[in-house]
Ligand binder design. Structure first.
Ligand code: SF4
Length: 288
């Protein structure tokens, strides 16, 4: 479905009617920092929170609560009659809803799905409420810190892809005539996060989504820097253990699958990214 791009000054019926409609039958993605904060809000470890409230190794919230009048199940964090049990900590996807966000040429763009404003279908009462500009809505929903977290994890995704590039291009693997790595990048680009979870070692998914050894401070920059350091240490350990083209190939495939898994968790276009990265690798001599 075609998205409708918005400007920050567009005025829309963005005032929530608080019916909880958007907490039912929806897709809410989580980055690792959001997962950690939600776990803290529930007084749980990130692993326990992941197991109880999420699917796909922590990449999405599990909508397995009571159904509403339309038969759609609620988010597991929704309490009937009360609302969101983690409202002050709710993730970016919930803060933005019904808007989406994408980064184009380094700039954030906001949009909604389809030609008409999505809330009008299930919450027509929003038309009785005052309109807000997109800018006013974002400020009211306190999205800034959460948007910063998305951008940090977008960079971390690129770092993981860069490791895969290095393993392919800087080790002699591409020069040896390897075609399997790019074939696996293309295949992984077509997979959703459920399928990618099955391809990846659980140990790497844990380091990415529930980095328990990182101080579980809610402070974004401290958490993200420590998380990147932990990933770097794991990647160094892995690199030091690679002695054959076979092991280098497998590591290059894991790193790209991990990058694409993170792309799904932050709502980036995994298929488009994999195709873009394949073209770059080919331009540096890799074969498919
Ligand atoms: S986290 Fe809260 S706001 Fe978001 S879908 Fe779940 S219950 Fe609704």
């Amino acid at each position: 479905m075609q998205n409708t791009l918005l400007t920050l000054s567009d005025s829309l019926p963005l005032t929530c009617s608080r019916s909880g409609t958007c907490c039912h039958g929806n897709l809410v993605r989580l980055n690792p920092w959001e997962l950690m904060r939600l776990a803290r809000a529930k007084g749980m470890s990130p692993e326990a929170f992941r197991d109880q409230y999420t699917l796909n190794a922590g990449a999405v919230l599990h909508f397995n609560g009571s159904p509403n009048h339309t038969g759609k199940s609620s988010c597991g964090l929704y309490e009937p009659g009360k609302g969101c049990s983690v409202h002050p900590t709710r993730p970016l996807a919930c803060r933005l809803f019904p808007l989406g966000r994408q980064i184009q040429n380094g700039l954030a763009q906001y949009m909604h799905e389809g030609p008409s404003f999505p809330c009008l279908k299930e919450c027509p009462e929003v038309l009785q409420l005052p309109e807000l500009t997109v800018q006013e809505y974002l400020v009211g929903q306190e999205t800034a810190l959460f948007e910063q977290a998305q951008d940090i994890y977008l960079e971390m995704m690129q770092n993981l892809a860069d490791i895969s590039f290095e393993l392919l291009l800087d080790t002699g693997l591409a020069e040896s005539g390897d075609t399997q790595v790019l074939a696996s990048w293309r295949k992984s680009g077509t997979l959703d996060s459920t399928a990618l979870v099955k391809k990846l070692p659980a140990e790497w998914l844990d380091v990415l989504m529930v980095p328990s050894s990182v101080e579980q401070s809610g402070e974004l920059i401290r958490f993200a820097e420590a998380h990147q350091e932990l990933l770097n240490r794991k990647i160094t350990e892995l690199s030091d253990s690679l002695t054959t083209f076979g092991s280098i190939r497998e590591a290059a495939q894991w790193m790209m699958s991990l990058a694409l898994f993170l792309a799904h968790a932050i709502g980036a276009d995994a298929r488009g990214l994999s195709e873009h990265w394949i073209e770059i690798a080919k331009s540096h001599g890799a074969k498919e």
